[in-house]
Write a protein that binds this ligand. Structure first.
Ligand SMILES: Nc1nonc1C(=O)NCc1ccc(Cl)cc1
Length: 246
């Protein structure tokens, strides 16, 4: 997957390009991230990238020309086949379904804004899709862009490594994760559930599924309402509710 990033702070992206699963994906050539900085498209002595808002008010906007040229350069490099995405609280809320949609695209260009925003005419003329990672206000679009890169890259074949791509198997898709345990067997009197210490893999699978269903029921009934539960899942959830309905 190829991602073009338009940002005033490209160095921030080392968080995804130089670390962990996504860093390894870059090394392996499964993920490529290239950068276009609007500041490189300024021609004044001060390399100005911000501009005052018509109508007054606090703060500045991103200056139009440098941003437009950076986006156009990124599009040209993508060979015109990229989707240009702008990250902002005004966008479509990102969830795993949206991540799956975005992961089907070979080329994405992510526009990370700074200051108070970008000119609406750029959104109309140069942006294909606007996405939000959540209902809160960040200081710029970079962290949102990195969040999207991380979530989408994990769905690129080969990136996660373990063949069963634990993340997305049908077992728990759409449910919260089950509890996890590792050594030692006891921490200040708290023990690991016995089923996990045995070797009964079918019992372990059922226990994990039951826990995932139960935790979703307890913490995110909205997610559960969207799930089509099969008979085994319905049975396990009913069992969990019987055991946990306070
Ligand atoms: N929440 C979010 N989901 O995506 N992006 C955000 C966010 O807060 N961006 C801050 C931001 C976005 C554009 C500009 Cl010009 C300035 C600051």
């Amino acid at each position: 997957m190829w991602v073009g990033v338009v940002s005033l702070f490209p160095d921030m992206f080392s968080a995804v390009t130089d670390h962990g699963v996504t860093g390894r994906a870059v090394k392996q050539g499964l993920l490529e991230v290239d950068f276009w900085n609007p500041r490189d498209y300024t021609h004044d002595r001060h390399r100005t990238v911000d501009d005052r808002p018509y109508g007054g008010g606090p703060g500045m906007l991103m200056k139009v020309e440098p941003l437009r040229q950076a986006i156009r350069s990124a599009r040209a490099a993508a060979g015109g086949s990229a989707r240009v995405i702008y990250l902002s609280p005004q966008g479509r809320r990102l969830d795993q379904a949206g991540v799956r949609e975005l992961a089907t695209r070979e080329r994405l260009i992510l526009v990370a804004g700074r200051y108070e925003g970008i000119d609406e005419r750029i959104v109309e003329a140069d942006i294909d899709e606007e996405w939000s990672i959540g209902d809160y206000v960040l200081s710029g679009g970079e962290l949102a862009a990195m969040t999207l890169i991380d979530a989408v890259a994990r769905l690129v074949p080969g990136v996660l490594g373990h063949a069963d791509s634990a993340e997305e198997d049908s077992f728990t898709a759409g449910l919260l994760d089950c509890p996890h345990y590792t050594r030692p067997e006891q921490i200040e009197g708290r023990r690991v559930p016995e089923v996990l210490l045995g070797g009964n893999h079918e019992a372990i699978r059922r226990w994990r599924l039951k826990q995932a269903l139960g935790r979703t029921w307890l913490r995110r009934p909205d997610l559960l309402a969207q799930c089509q539960l099969n008979s085994e899942q319905q049975e396990l959830l009913a069992e969990y509710i019987r055991e946990n309905d306070t």
